[in-house]
Every structure is written in structure tokens, then in C-alpha cells.
Design a binder for this molecule. Sequence first.
Ligand code: PLP
Length: 462
Amino acid sequence: MSELSNDLILFNELVEVLLNEEALNPVAKRIDAAALYSTIDLSLNNSAMVDGAFKEVLKEVLIATPKTATSLFFNQLFGGRQSKAVLGDLLAVLLNNSMYTYKVAGPQVGIEQEIIRKSCEMIGYGSKSNGTFPTGGSMSNYMALIMARDAKDSDCRHSGVTKPLVMYTSKESHYSNAKNASFAGIGRKNVRYIDTDSRGKMIPSQLETQIKIDIQDGFTPIFVNATAGTTVLGAFDPIDEIATIAEKYNIWLHVDGAYCGSVMFSKTKKHLLKGVERSDSFSYNAHKMIGTPLTCSVILVNDKKQLHDSFSNEADYLYQTDGDDFNLGKTSFQCGRRNDALKFWTLWKSVGTNGLERIVNTQFELADVARNYVANHPDYTLYSFEDSISVCFNYKGINPKTLCTLLYEHQITVVGFGAFNEEEFIRLVTINATNSSKDILNFFKVLEQFVEENASVLEAVC
Ligand SMILES: *Cc1c(COP(=O)(O)O)cnc(C)c1O
């Protein structure tokens, strides 16, 4: 038997261990960071490890690693496990292609392009559109910013930034915008954070006021970032109104849909993206709402020339056959690039677009269950709104940071906290579409039970 066949037998054995563990202990037993190296033997040594010991240490690592696929993980903007996507990712690892050329990726190029083509069609981009799979939502935002910069001043690519550039995003937008401004030579100080309304959406009139001030002051506005699903509240900026302003001042409009751009798959929720077809670029993370393994991020551009202009570079040693449409390295940030498309394609192919719609709709239904529960129980205070899969609340006035940390340390459930307008709260994200209403109600049950049983601990720390 080949070494790989043997290792796949071991793999299956480890999968059983993991699945069993997830069922028995949905929240992994936490190892104190200070005790990590003395608890599991992570050391790398000169001598080889014998097979039996190797298997044991792998099991230890699996058991101790936080469980993100279980029904008690609500901490981040991902969770659960879509089996057909896992299958696709396992195959991608075995195939081990790099996506830069048709010569080494073959049909995988078509798989990536089909996802991009279909996505462009669904958001209403025209025949000149295209896109790529960056390393994540932060990188998608960065690529959009670079295209915006180059679109305004094509000489920038050769001579560097020569004008005082400014960009716009809301106060509730993702922190990558600040980092990206620094990477792009714009500078963190030249990011204008536009106020949001009481529901966390950018206020378009404030955007226009700020643009006018900046033009007056001699700045060159290059980029507006609208967010489709803000990181804390899951709010959708009014894209249509923002597009009117971006068009008026000839500024690149990017829609950051890393968190909730996947509402494009839902007939009942895609109105939240109204106006997205007027944007210059749009990104979404399939590893968030769609539930593929990390990472699976897509950026779409209305005019593929912009992507090519900013990211292509001649490289004769690389591009030896086939046309640009098949040599995806001409429109990517990286050179060698792992295949993030196959896992999304295997899922999409197997469940159809209707299946993706169900995945998205389920998350909103679960959020309704959670929001209704919070709204109807007087011990809770609700801070979030409809049309969002982030349900933000406090329980019995308990400090949310304290409660979240204790729930995690006691292996009860893994959930995070956030803040909006000076208020801090627990943020429950119903992004795991494999959960049922029962799982959501169970979350509240275990939380309440914990508070009841630990009243004295909570009093002591609060
Ligand atoms: C998650 C998120 C990002 C960053 O995506 P990564 O893939 O984690 O880099 C950007 N914007 C928003 C709104 C997000 O929720």
C-alpha cells in the first residue's frame, strides 16, 4: 500500500476521533496559553517520531483545538461545516495546483471563472466584468483600493503617489480599510470615517459633505467603501444612494460584502444590495455566509481592464501558453496561489443556486429566532435590528466581556462581544446554517443556566 493510502487510513481514523469529540465536547477544553508547550508536545526534534506516538500527539492536538463546526460556536463570522465544500478542499489539497496558468491548473481555471462569471451575472455586472479569488476580505478591499488609486492616476503605478489622496468608509466598516490606506501610500490619516445612523448604516449626505470639504482643501478623493454587513451589527450601507454620490464625483465605489454579500443568493434578501450593479468592485467571503472552509474570498470588478491594469506584470518564464483569459496570474495579487475555488464549486454544483439560497435564508431565520427570544424575555436587552444575522444583547445587565470570557473558560459556549455607540454587548452570530432553532434556543438555555449556577462568581467579578 502506498504511503498516501496509509495516511488516508490514519486520516479517517482521526476524523472519527474529531467527530466523536465534537459530539461529546462541543466546546474544547481550554489549555491556558501559558501552559500550552508543557501540555502538548509540540517540539520539533532531530529524531523521527515513531508512528504510534505520532498518532497520539495528533489526537491530542485535534482534541485541544477550538471546535468551530459545533452548535455552540458563535464567536466569529464563520462556523459549521458544509460537507461538500470540505470534500472539494480535500481534493484541492491532493491536486495541489497553482492558479496562475492554464498550463498547471487546467480545468480548475474554468471552475474559478465559472464562479466569477455566475456571481457577476447575479449582481448585475455586465459583459466586461471579471474577478479573482484573493486571500480574504481584507485583501479584496486592498485590491479594490489599488485599482481605485490607479484608475484615478495611472502613472501612480510607475511614479508612486504624488497627489494627496483621500478615501471614505463608515465608522462601522472593517479595520482593514485603515491598514490598506497605509499599504497603498494613502496614509491612515487620510481615511475619512463617515458617521452612521442609529442602525449603523453610512449616512450618504455626510459622505457628500466630506467629499466637498476635501476637494476644497485640495485633496483627491479616490475611493468610497460601502459595507454590506458591518462587522458588529451586520448593517447594510445604502449602496444606491452612495453610488449616486460616487458617480457625481467620479470616485471608485467598492462594496465590501465580506460578511453578508452572499445575500445575493437570496431572493428575499438581495434587496439589501440594491444598487450594487453600479459599483466598480464588490467582494464577498464564501467562507462566511456560504460556510466553505477558510479562506474563500471573491472580488468582482465591473470592468476587468482595471484588474488587469493594476495587477498584471509580464513574466515570460511563467506565461508560456494560452491567452490571458486562461492565465489567471495576470489578475491576481500573488504569484503561486492555492485553489480556493474548488471547495465553493463542489458545494454550489451539488446543492445548486437554490441550495445556496437556503443556506443564506436559514441564517436569517435563525437570527429571527434569536432576536425574538431576546425581545420577548425581559431579562434581556436587544441592541441589533432586523435583516441582520448578528444578534446583539445583554443579559440581566451583566458585563458582556466578563460573561463571554467566563462562558468560554468554563466550556459552556464560545461567543464574542462588540460595541456600537458606546454600548457594549454580546454578539451572537447565526452564521452556521447547519444549526436549527433548537440549537439557538439551547444557546440561551446554557447561558441562563450558567448565570444561575455562578451568581456568586459573577457578582465577585462584575
Ligand atoms: C471579515 C470581514 C473582512 C475581512 O475578511 P478576511 O477574510 O477576514 O480578511 C472585511 N470586511 C468585513 C465587513 C468583514 O466582515
